[in-house]
Design a protein around this ligand. Structure first.
Ligand code: ASP
Length: 361
């Protein structure tokens, strides 16, 4: 592992890449910037959650995001679609207990697992998502099935779980999903709210949670954005949500335009953070809109959007994005965000501002 680029902060990565990649963008009447694509370098970009990352989790985040990027990059190198790359990448993260998605998902207030996931295809804006599903090992697979097998965009709750099982999605008992560190976060959450395991189902104190800051540091949601040589983009996001959430609570992750968005004419986006804040300002769609209509770079669009969110509704988090010209955006307004990407045979990754570790894929 070596530090290849002495960049002052991670935001400058896309400026660097913008010079590196030959691009041209022109304005066409009524549609804002349209992207004239030249040969692009296939890229897979992931995040593994934003917030305060425990010291002992950092190495697990590095290893997990790197393994996921390697998987997705291989799919792209083998000629797989961007949808395949995003799904396979997220499956690796969902199977890794270091992330709050699939195995390792956060526990609800009564101590159960309910997961959300979404995927979107930028060529035709096709989207699929599942919300509050239980027992599905890889919710991202179920989300893709919604996209491909139904006329709908989102299925939710037990009906969605049952449907996913009928569609052949792999299942697991609840014990499979519950990791020790999430169990401990849950116990801590209960203690912070004067609750115990036996009262956790009574929802006594939920009205005392006056601010979403209570959930500030509990995020390890995962997401991926991919672009191929033809400029096709896909994005996906998967989460267990927030520790202590009420049963049935749905965050931004499965919301198209909130925790995910993909449009070949603008950007692919995946977010992580306090879902209630992301939903109120439509984070992913706002990033996309800013890139498409104002010509902002993905990094600047992310910064603008997170600043706007913080001012209007509070809350923090992070966003990754790739625009149709291949420019990357990686930004967060929380303390840290786990991210990694693979491009041109190189794997870049980091969690702190200014980090850009690089190694061969
Ligand atoms: N955005 C997710 C949610 O609110 C949480 C996260 O990103 O960690 O469900």
């Amino acid at each position: 592992m070596m530090l290849s680029l002495k960049l002052s902060n991670v935001r400058t990565i896309s400026l660097f890449l913008a010079c590196w990649i030959s691009i041209s963008a022109a304005f066409s009447t009524g549609h804002g910037p349209r992207i004239h694509r030249q040969a692009l370098m296939p890229t897979i970009l992931v995040h593994g959650g934003a917030g305060d990352i425990d010291e002992d989790m950092v190495i697990r985040k590095f290893n997990g995001t790197k393994a996921a990027v390697r998987q997705g990059y291989q799919v792209l190198m083998d000629g797989g679609s961007v949808m395949d790359a995003v799904m396979e990448t997220i499956k690796v993260l969902e199977d890794n207990p270091a992330f709050n998605a699939g195995k390792g998902a956060a526990l609800t207030q009564p101590g159960h697992i309910e997961t959300d996931a979404s995927i979107m295809r930028g060529s035709d804006l096709a989207a699929g998502s599942v919300a509050s599903v239980s027992g599905i090992r890889n919710p991202i697979v179920a989300a893709r099935k919604v996209l491909e097998q139904t006329p709908h965009v989102q299925l939710a709750g037990d009906s969605a779980s049952n449907w996913a099982v009928d569609q052949g999605c792999e299942t697991e008992d609840e014990d499979y999903f519950i990791t020790l560190h999430q169990y401990e976060y849950w116990l801590q959450w209960l203690a912070d709210h004067n609750m115990t395991k036996s009262t956790s189902g009574e929802y006594k104190t939920m009205n005392q949670i006056e601010t979403m800051d209570k959930w500030k540091n509990q995020k390890s949601t995962v997401g991926a954005v991919a672009i191929d040589a033809d400029g096709n983009i896909a994005a996906g996001t998967s989460t267990g949500g927030l520790t202590g959430k009420l049963p049935g609570r749905v965050g931004d992750t499965p919301g198209i335009g909130h925790g995910v968005f993909a449009d070949n004419d603008s950007v692919g986006v995946s977010g992580t953070g306090v879902g209630e804040s992301f939903m109120k300002v439509g984070v992913a769609r706002r990033v996309s809109y800013l890139v498409e209509k104002t010509g902002l770079s993905p990094n600047d669009a992310i910064t603008e959007t997170l600043d706007y969110m913080a001012q209007r509704v509070g809350g923090d988090g992070g966003v990754i994005a790739i625009d149709g010209a291949g420019n990357l955006g990686i930004g967060w307004n929380s303390n840290q965000m786990s991210w990694a990407y693979g491009r041109n045979g190189e794997l870049h990754y980091g969690v702190n501002r200014g980090e850009d570790f690089v190694e061969d894929i």
